[in-house]
Write a protein that binds this ligand. Sequence first.
Ligand code: PFF
Length: 546
Amino acid sequence: MNNPPEAREHWSNSLGFILAAAGSAIGLGNIWKFPYITGENGGGAFVLVYLLCIAVIGAPVMICEFTMGRHTQRNPVGAFKCLSPRSSRLAHLIGLGILLSGIFLLCFQNWGWGVLLIAAGLLIFRYGWILAGVMGVIAGFTILSFYSVVAGWTIGYVFKAVAGQLHFAEVAVAKNHFLAFIDSPAWTISCHFIFMLLCVLIVYKGVKAGIERWSKILMPLLFLLLVVLIIRALTLPGAAAGVRFYLTPDFGKITTGSVLIALGHAFFSLSLGMGAMITYGSYMGREQNIFAATLSVVVLDTLVALMAGLAIFPAVFAQGFGPDAGPGLVFQVLPTVFNQIPLGAFWATLFFLLLLVAALTSGISLLEVVTAYFVDERGWKRHRAAVVFGLAIFFLGALCAISVADWHRLEWIHHLLTRIFGHVKDSFFDVMDNISSNWLLPLGGLFISLFVGWIWGTKKAVDEIRQGSHNFADVHLVSLLAGLKDDPSHNSELHVITLASVWGIFIRFISPVAVLIAFLHTIGWLDFRPKTPPAEPPPIEQPAEK
Ligand code: PFF
């Protein structure tokens, strides 16, 4: 039932593609999450570590995704199917490892995880690398289910800002208001519905008339809103303290944990590890330059994250607040900040509109992954796939929306999960976030780099990258950096230090190892935290402070 490749829609030009891919990358991750994790991990030094992760791991993996997508002209499942060998020893080895871990867990009577891992191991034996693509489609589903809830909150806050309801004298009041809002299902589900409706309408229209057209409108709008907000923040009295916190590196504050947070966030922020970029790459023409496109998307995504920090920290410091408010930074601290400056309601509206625009262009890419799979592999019509899965994600997201505070409204699901997997303390929302951000994305990134580096092979991948790359791949890296790319004597076959060869080394060795370490740390199998020495006995008993 596969559609012939000729029937596939393509982006109209490089700009359309770059804006759409940047639209996917730039989202809540940049404006909501990046500033607060920077705030929690010590500011400037964390920013530098993050930039390193983006350059060393994010960009090479993005090149893999674009290349797989363009070469196969397929969604993630189709792409792995097209490129997989009949049988792969590496896949069998991974399958065996997972199967044995499952049997090991069963021996310890961990039934839920044991059965899950045994099933995963057997599926890997049967389907091999195709499962990595399937994982991507599942991740599109789970990420959008909680992402659209947070995007729904921003819609709620746009309404509140317009209605002038965000008048908070202190953060504690803003916090209570926020908690009451996210705990009122009628509101959060309605806003989540509006967001999913917008995503479905855009994806329904197709690649050019929907995704590309709206990315071309929304991305410049986002940029403009951000610039206006930065100017406002930097011109507030006392803003310099925020700029100093943000831009002065203090490496004493960097721990292994913060390096791993930076790595995980690089994946989330660049939309990597779940095939969103494979899907967008599959609408790319052969005349487009994959290196240049990757560079543009990475630079735009990083620039917006840095700019978001520059809009937020100066304002937060100028009003005397701390930077480490966590996930509540933009929903609790910022409204309080806006309340203290002239025309606060206007600035608040602008800010939440900015957040909404960023979330929308990412939300459509998540829905597009699921849609493209059903269109390519199952022969569905795009309209039907967008509506059916938009609705399915809406229902799953509604569960996230009503369980965000705790499980009390979904006791039966909690009970079920606890019986299968043991103690589950976080809400359904957190479970979805945890499954996708801590498991599916890093594992997806690991499998994509292993697959391109060792199974499909960097040789075939580079043949694909060469098309449209105007000799970028093969010119000596030093000549390229020196601006001598087109000099005839700098194109000798002897050149081995090229963009292509450096990329190959990264993708075969550095990315898989780094991602594996990060993954094992996240799931708790590797612990780098310094062991705390046994506490010394307290010298003299002190009366407890009241
Ligand atoms: N990159 C998006 C953000 O930073 O908000 C989130 C995201 C979108 C992750 C699409 C994964 C994805 F496929």
